[in-house]
Design a protein around this ligand. Sequence first.
Ligand SMILES: [Zn+2]
Length: 151
Amino acid sequence: MAEHKIINSFVGLTFEYNYRVGEALDKYLDGLQGKKILGVTCPECERVLVPPRSMCGKCNTKTKKWVTLKPVGTLKNFTVSHVEIEQGEIKDREKPVIIGQIKLEGADSLLTAKIEGISPKEVKTGLKVKAVFRDATEGTLQDLDHFEPVK
Ligand SMILES: [Zn+2]
């Protein structure tokens, strides 16, 4: 049987797109600009969803009643990322980044954000964390920069 050569090819991919954020996320972004984390309540199951959604996925009901959540919560899950994707290319990070899922006090869903101020070796679920906003907010998801341990 003939031996086949293996060819490695690399194609860098870039995805750039715009989309309308919709009513719920629009209001959430306005909240972030004012350094507040807003959630919305489902009138049927009474769950507080953050980031807010216009419909409750469990009840298929339009959400109502906005609430301002305390910027503190508990780390429920996390992963440590050692790579990043830039222009479709996977690169090693200079230092690993912790990506966590946080259950804010009074919320019933999880918010995904970077966790800073603790090393990947020390981080653990159950950690109490608080939100840290950018100094100059712009009404984008990046306004909520990261969470860090409550001291
Ligand atoms: Zn519901």
